[in-house]
Design a protein around this ligand. Structure first.
Ligand SMILES: [Fe+2]
Ligand SMILES: [Fe+2]
Length: 270
């Protein structure tokens, strides 16, 4: 079966007409005979919009392609309570769910960040103050510290990976936030004081944990930076973010959203 994953479409910020997106994506996914399609977060700035988009796309693709989504920080920023984000929500929400594809098991989790990508360069209290003053995620309901929230997610992931292995399935992990140290290391920052932002990109601790567990495939988004897949020991890391093209920010290689989408879409034959 073919699996396709993309993240950070930011359909609202990129000003993409929803009907056009549904038509283009449905046609391409059907042509490619994709069995499972995952939107790995930051599809819209509101969870309701992302859920509705997944439902509409699913209606067009059923029964050939199953459609799933995760919540990125942009969906979470609509003030959806943490308790709701942690709940099963609907049939398409992949967070804390697993799905068998042949001898692989797809494991979905939104993920979180624990400041481990900062490597202790900044004081934790300072990082948190920076977040609450300037960062997009100040909008997200904060019921736990970032560290505890990341630990909760890592525990959910570890349990799912161990359960998959016990069942003889090979885990494929999909998260919104990054676990990829090599990706974070190559990010350029225009001003040194902005390197504090690395703290909010994900968890290198979780990445190491998944390498140690010999998870063969890790897919994530959130970091709008294009990098070829790379391997650490037995784990291959993929970043599938599409990113922004606005008047101020130009992150695409192609001039057209749908060209960019086709190019960034990760397709794996399982
Ligand atoms: Fe994003
Ligand atoms: Fe994000």
């Amino acid at each position: 079966m073919r699996l396709a994953v993309i993240s950070d479409l930011h359909l609202d910020i990129n000003q993409i007409n929803e009907e056009d997106a549904l038509n283009e994506m449905a046609q391409f996914l059907l042509n490619q005979q994709i069995g499972v399609f995952v939107l790995a977060g930051d599809t819209y700035n509101h969870l309701k919009d992302t859920a509705a988009f997944a439902e509409k796309l699913s209606a067009r693709l059923s029964p050939v392609t199953k459609v799933y989504y995760l919540a990125g920080n942009h969906e979470m920023g609509d003030k959806t309570p943490d308790q709701v984000l942690e709940s099963p929500l609907d049939a398409h929400y992949l967070h804390r769910k697993s799905l068998d594809i042949g001898d692989y098991r797809l494991i979905g989790n939104n993920g979180w960040y624990d400041y481990s990508f900062d490597d202790g360069r900044h004081d934790e209290a300072l990082i948190h103050r920076f977040k609450q003053s300037f960062w997009y995620d100040r909008r997200i309901e904060e019921v736990l510290s970032d560290n505890s929230r990341a630990a909760r997610s890592a525990k959910q992931i570890q349990e799912a990976v161990l359960t998959a292995k016990a069942a003889g399935q090979k885990p494929i992990m999909i998260t919104h936030f990054s676990n990829d140290q090599q990706l974070i290391d190559q990010l350029p920052f225009s001003r040194p004081e902005l390197t504090v932002l690395k703290a909010f990109l994900g968890s290198k601790k979780l990445g190491q944990q998944l390498i140690d567990l010999q998870v063969p495939i890790l897919v994530s988004g959130h970091v709008h930076w294009q990098q070829e897949p790379h391997r650490v020991q037995q784990t291959t890391f993929y970043n599938v973010s599409l990113g922004y093209r606005t008047r101020r920010i130009h992150e695409w290689r192609q001039g057209d959203f749908f060209q960019e989408w086709r190019e960034r879409l990760l397709i794996l034959d399982l």
